[in-house]
Design a binder for this molecule. Structure first.
Ligand code: ADP
Ligand code: MG
Length: 344
């Protein structure tokens, strides 16, 4: 994550000229959390929409500064430097940590926010990739344990040598916070694309139709194999294709199995989660990717309280979709002949 927003590009003519034309969308692109975010707001009053835009950019910037694992003074960096002593963090950070830890617990550690030293060892943080030795991986895996994170009030203590990172859930958290802000304003329709396949639809499209969002084909990341209709709903995808490197003919991706500290190979190429909560989408897409199809499908059956549906794409190209997506999921043009197995 970067400490500052690199660019904030306002492309709405109505906003730039200050004129009051109803229902002109305000679109802006901003760089935060290591990714490009595209926000589109459809408001009736351009002044109000502009005010919401200001609030959202400020919130994205604040979240980015608080949650960045590399920023010197971020809450997360201070926790990681804490050497076992409790570190006071902002109430928002403590709340997110608590939600993230709950997702770690419910997924029984398939999601583990303390995987950061392993992510670093593979070189994913700086792009200097390497394959750690078996011994190194065993030592890294032994130190991955979300249960060792102590959160009391707004104080967080982490055993010396461990480090945490909210990379797997931060965009989802941002999505929920921004969506709440948009809903609290007069804006009834917005699309918040938080980059790298985390998206929140607020309301429906201005005409009343649901948003139609493409799901990337992991075998051809430039194209969409399916379309999901979203209305007041979030969607997030995790996949090996998003960040990886190749060495000696083998591919190593950025989603790690906390049990081995090595890239999670459970037979999946991507997992997409649809839920009212973007945090659930972000956290569970990573976790289900680690679990694999059978365990992931069982997790879906066992956890109706999490209110999510999922689309699994196996490494062999097979497509699976949970029953609750029927009517909202369709294959994209060019993929109509593909079989979709509905999970019950
Ligand atoms: P992205 O950040 O590309 O959208 P994810 O949401 O799936 O993808 O998060 C993956 C990131 O989370 C990795 O880049 C790494 O920093 C971290 N990570 C990798 N494996 C795990 C895991 N099992 N649990 C928690 N975080 C992980
Ligand atoms: Mg994630």
């Amino acid at each position: 994550m970067r400490k500052r927003i690199a660019c904030a590009l306002l492309v709405c003519a109505a906003l730039l000229s200050g004129c009051k034309r109803a229902a002109e969308p305000v679109k802006f692109t901003t760089f935060a959390m290591d990714t490009v975010m595209d926000i589109t707001l459809y408001g009736q009053d351009s002044d109000k929409t502009a005010a919401v835009y200001e609030t959202l950019t400020a919130q994205i910037s604040a979240l980015d500064s608080a949650l960045s694992v590399t920023g010197e003074d971020s809450d997360i960096a201070r926790i990681n430097r804490g050497s076992g002593a409790p570190v006071e963090v902002a109430p928002g950070t403590a709340q997110l940590l608590s939600q993230a830890l709950e997702l770690c617990r419910v997924t029984e550690g398939a999601l583990d926010i303390t995987a950061y030293p392993a992510v670093k060892a593979w070189g994913f943080t700086v792009g200097e990739h390497r394959v750690p030795s078996k011994e190194e991986l065993a030592a890294l895996a032994a130190d991955i344990d979300y249960a060792a994170v102590q959160l009391e009030g707004d104080a967080v203590a982490l055993p010396d040598g461990m480090e945490l990172d909210l990379g797997a859930v931060a965009k989802g958290c941002a999505g929920d916070i921004l969506a709440r802000e948009v809903r609290d304003s007069d804006i009834s329709s917005a699309l918040l694309d938080l980059g790298q396949s985390t998206i929140v639809a607020v309301g429906a499209k201005p005409g009343g139709q649901p948003w139609r969002i493409g799901v990337v084909d992991p075998a051809q990341p430039g194209t969409y194999f399916a379309v999901v209709e979203l209305e007041d709903m979030a969607m997030g995808t995790s996949g090996g294709y998003q960040r990886y490197f190749e060495q000696d003919g083998a591919i190593y991706w950025h989603i790690l199995d906390p049990r081995t500290a090595a890239p999670a190979r459970a037979g999946l190429a991507s997992v997409t989660v649809v839920s009212p909560s973007a945090l659930v989408c972000d956290g569970l897409s990573t976790a289900l990717f680690v679990m694999g199809l059978d365990e992931g499908a069982q997790f879906w059956r066992d956890h109706p309280e999490l209110e999510f549906e999922a689309i699994f794409v196996a490494e062999n190209g097979e497509i699976y979709c949970t029953a609750g997506l029927e009517g909202r999921f369709s294959l994209a043009e060019g993929y109509e002949a593909r079989e979709v197995v509905v999970l019950e």
